[in-house]
Design a protein around this ligand. Structure first.
Ligand SMILES: Cc1cc2nc3c(=O)[nH]c(=O)nc-3n(C[C@H](O)[C@H](O)[C@H](O)COP(=O)(O)OP(=O)(O)OC[C@H]3O[C@@H](n4cnc5c(N)ncnc54)[C@H](O)[C@@H]3O)c2cc1C
Length: 131
């Protein structure tokens, strides 16, 4: 079957925000670069699905935003608290008390701080109660 000489071109005015443009937080936990790469990767995958008509644009972007927010929110809250430079709140003091001397838990805390695992993974690894 002959294809038309000129494919119809659809112009769509769309924009998405990734990295610092999507949200930003205090630099004290130095998460910005990892977040930017993670967002770019997830956004590219979502756009790929939309452009391949795997799922509608609105659906893939809603998932992109939801997953980004689920990942970012715990660290955002931790960062916001840390950035005050106020003494750690009682629950944080209990946390430090619970992990001190536990090599796996302390390693996991550093990994969480570096952004290589999420706070949710940290709490699972460290086997400490969230309050
Ligand atoms: C001094 C400093 C130290 C930092 N240290 C760390 C660190 O140790 N670890 C860490 O994880 N993060 C760090 N950050 C944060 C990190 O740099 C950012 O979170 C990260 O670069 C965000 O990436 P991005 O791609 O979202 O935005 P950017 O890296 O800001 O990229 C945006 C790009 O868009 C371009 N641009 C803007 N407007 C337009 C336009 N109209 N048209 C075309 N291009 C445009 C800009 O020129 C820029 O190149 C630091 C930031 C600063 C300022």
């Amino acid at each position: 079957m002959l294809r038309p000489m000129r494919q119809p071109v659809v112009h769509i005015r769309l924009w998405v925000l990734i990295g610092d443009a999507g949200y930003n937080k205090d630099p004290i936990t130095a998460q910005g670069i990892a977040d930017a790469f993670r967002d770019a990767d997830a956004c590219a995958a979502a756009l790929d699905d939309a452009l391949d008509h795997v799922r509608p644009f609105e659906a893939v972007m809603a998932d992109y935003q939801r997953i980004r927010d689920e990942h970012a929110l715990p660290m955002y809250e931790f960062t916001t608290q840390l950035a005050t430079l106020a003494p750690p709140p009682p629950e944080m003091q209990r946390l430090f008390g619970a992990i001190v001397g536990d090599r796996n838990a302390m390693d996991a805390f550093v990994q969480m701080n570096a952004g290589t695992i999420s706070p949710i993974e940290f709490f699972a690894t460290a086997r400490v109660e969230r309050t």
